[in-house]
Design a protein around this ligand. Structure first.
Ligand SMILES: *Cc1c(COP(=O)(O)O)cnc(C)c1O
Length: 671
């Protein structure tokens, strides 16, 4: 953060080498791009020979990943790209060093930058090259290893599961078909059965801007054979659509793998859906919305494929590693088995009102808050009181996550405090952290607003230090591990219907923070588990949001009826927090008054009220502590072990042996 603005720097994660990984120089695959296709007429097998224009080598690097309690080690296999002929001797012989090294740079660019998120055609092309590079290397490797162990590919789906993590590896559908049909001589129909039985797809968002599409023209130039395969899949797929809804052109257009509306584009979400035997959302509400909205027609065509797998979090990191003091208290209270079996957490329920237990529980939280207060002092020079309410919103900065709602409430609270400096205010520290995508201008302006508000509020002696605003730079997992154990209040305030699941919500609740949140994503299931009395729910529901958007209402009605909101927006819009540049936040004030697409203005009063009930609750320490303990006690279901067990049993067809002892005898392991 430079003068309150986000600034990006490269993350040179390999500049000092990586001692955990092993290069596997013997594991090399060739990944091709461009060129032309030769069709082989062999009894309708649809086989083709690809004559590529360019070839890049993929070299494997393995990182051993030790399982919990060290009974198994898996390899996380990553790929590095290089030019197959780095010295290009013929070019060098002619003295053409420039074009020889240009080819090498082009190959190495594939794994030099993380998917650039910009609109320039060159950046877009690099991203598609990256997606294909990683898909192709991984699938070639997987098929190779299966052939080595099984001697045939017919059994692939019985031994292998490929989980497409979002649409970025959707090309796997076409690449596996290419490998089976073109390289291993399978008949199209059999190859298709194997492909669909092997692949499954997890959808992570319904935001239209995040559903990938690629221009057909770019696809054709880079991956000509894959485009043919997509067309061939689309023929059978659209025939099925025609059989299901004869003559319904709109239905066919909506399920087609090609979007014909604004220039022809390949739809990667549709491709992943059609090529998978199971498609899952990441919370109950998100999976329902998939069936009702984006994938409504595909669900009709392939009923029963959509299933839900609510996300989870690893308790090894988010409890045992991040919060050793709480872990010790839980071991002491629930027994050692709690480390292996999170359902044992419920044993603390009986102690939730116990004065002695509450005292120990509170002292753990105070210890963690003191550590965070020290970090804030060191990094920002801001002094915060560890006994104040630590109100935490840490997540990527995005309009739908509504950091803006939180900072406007902060402004309104600050104004109320100034009006009544001797009021019985609950001391609060508003803690923000998160990054905006480099090209997301508006999100970066929100970061600047938080920092500008912090500058004014933190230096106003008239409120007696009762309110502090902190924006911690460079949010990442390591910083999250310090903030989460210190949180009292967890802000999960996305516009209802827009957060697929959230996992930060789970981490914070597991560490004893109470949630203030909307009925969105996994917040709904968190409420169901912790109990409605132990969470503060506010705001519009997903259905309300859809209706209000359809009505096309602007926010002038709600602003007229909310003096607090009006005053806060005015202060921001007229430069009270940016006196040197009074117009800086005019665009934000304008968006809040008129479009209000994310319902920040529409939800403000409800949020402000919910925050004041949180204040009232905080003032009764035993009741607050009891609710905090019950949050921890009731989070077992959100362990990622539960999530992965569901994927194994219901998607990958991997039987999970229920008799496997959860707490292995360590002597057996040593033996
Ligand atoms: C858990 C986590 C997230 C996800 O947070 P949400 O609140 O669910 O958006 C993002 N970044 C980091 C570093 C995390 O640890």
């Amino acid at each position: 953060i430079n003068q309150g603005w986000q600034q990006e720097y490269p993350d040179e994660w390999l500049s000092f080498g990586n001692p955990w990984e092993l290069q596997r120089p013997e594991v090399i695959y060739h990944v091709h791009f461009g060129g032309g296709i030769e069709h082989v007429d062999d009894k309708g097998r649809d086989r083709a020979i690809w004559h590529p224009a360019e070839t890049v080598q993929a070299i494997a690097y393995d990182t051993p990943i030790v399982g919990w309690r060290g009974q198994h080690v898996n390899a996380l296999r990553l790929w590095s790209a290089r030019s197959p002929d780095p010295l290009k001797l013929d070019a060098f012989n002619k003295g053409d060093y420039v074009s020889a090294s240009a080819e090498q740079s082009r190959a190495e660019a594939i794994c030099k930058f993380l998917y650039p998120n910009d609109e320039s055609p060159a950046g877009r092309e690099l991203r598609l090259r990256q997606e294909y590079f990683f898909v192709s290397a991984s699938l070639q490797d997987l098929v190779n290893r299966h052939l080595t162990s099984d001697g045939q590919l017919r059994s692939l789906a019985m031994k292998v599961a490929v989980q497409l993590n979002d649409t970025h590896p959707s090309l796997a559908v076409t690449e596996l078909m290419r490998i089976l049909v073109d390289l291993h001589n399978f008949r199209w129909d059999e190859a298709w059965k194997i492909t669909v039985a092997t692949l499954s797809y997890t959808n992570h968002t319904l935001l239209p801007e995040a559903l990938e599409t690629w221009p057909v023209e770019l696809f054709e130039r880079l991956l000509p054979r894959h485009l043919e395969i997509i067309y061939r899949i689309n023929v059978q797929h659209l025939a099925l659509a025609e059989a299901r809804a004869p003559g319904d052109i709109d239905f066919r257009a909506s399920v087609s793998l090609i979007d014909e509306r604004s220039g022809r584009r390949v739809r990667m979400g549709q491709l992943a859906f059609v090529g998978s035997h199971r498609i899952n959302g990441v919370s109950a509400m998100h999976s329902d919305l998939m069936r009702e909205t984006v994938f409504h027609d595909l669900n009709h065509l392939y009923p029963g494929r959509i299933t839900n797998k609510t996300n989870g979090i690893t308790f090894r990191r988010w409890l045992m590693l991040a919060n050793p003091k709480l872990t010790d208290l839980l071991r002491e209270t629930c027994g050692e088995a709690v480390l292996d079996e999170p359902t044992q957490l419920s044993l603390i329920e009986a102690r939730a009102s116990d004065v002695e237990f509450q005292k120990k529980f509170r002292s753990v939280k105070l210890h963690n808050k003191t550590a965070l207060a020290r970090l804030i002092g060191e990094r920002l020079g801001i002094k915060v009181d560890p006994t104040a309410l630590f109100d935490v919103q840490i997540k990527r900065i995005h309009e739908y996550k509504r950091q803006l709602l939180n900072i406007i409430e902060t402004v309104a609270l600050y104004q109320a405090m100034k009006d009544d400096p001797n009021g019985n205010w609950v001391p609060r520290v508003k803690i923000f952290a998160g990054k905006a995508a480099a090209s997301y201008r508006y999100a970066k302006l929100i970061i600047k607003l938080v920092n500008d508000v912090a500058e004014v509020v933190n230096n106003d002696p008239s409120i007696g230090g009762k309110l502090k605003v902190v924006f911690l730079p460079d949010y990442n997992v390591s910083l999250a591990e310090v903030i989460i154990p210190a949180a009292d209040l967890s802000e999960q305030i996305s516009t209802a219907g827009m957060e697929a699941s959230g996992t930060g919500n789970m981490k914070l609740s597991l560490n004893g923070a109470l949630t203030i949140g909307t009925l969105d994503g996994a917040n709904i299931e968190i409420r169901d588990h912790v109990g409605a009395e132990n969470i503060a729910i506010f705001g519009m529901e997903a259905g309300d949001v859809m209706i209000r958007r359809k009505q096309g209402l602007d926010a002038s009605d709600v602003i007229r009826n909310s003096p607090k909101l009006q005053r806060a927006i005015n202060a921001i819009g007229t430069g009270e927090f940016s006196p040197g540049d009074p117009g800086r936040f005019e665009s934000i004030a304008h968006a809040l008054r008129y479009l209000d697409h994310y319902m920040v203005s529409a939800d403000f009063d409800s949020y402000y009220e919910a925050q004041r009930s949180v204040d009232a609750r905080w003032q009764v320490a035993p009741a607050w502590t009891r609710a905090s303990i019950l949050n921890v006690a009731r989070m077992a279901w959100f362990s990622s072990d539960r999530t992965i067990r569901e994927y194994a049993e219901e998607i990958w067809n991997v039987p999970v042996n229920p008799t496997t002892p959860l707490l292995p005898d360590l002597r057996d392991v040593a033996g």
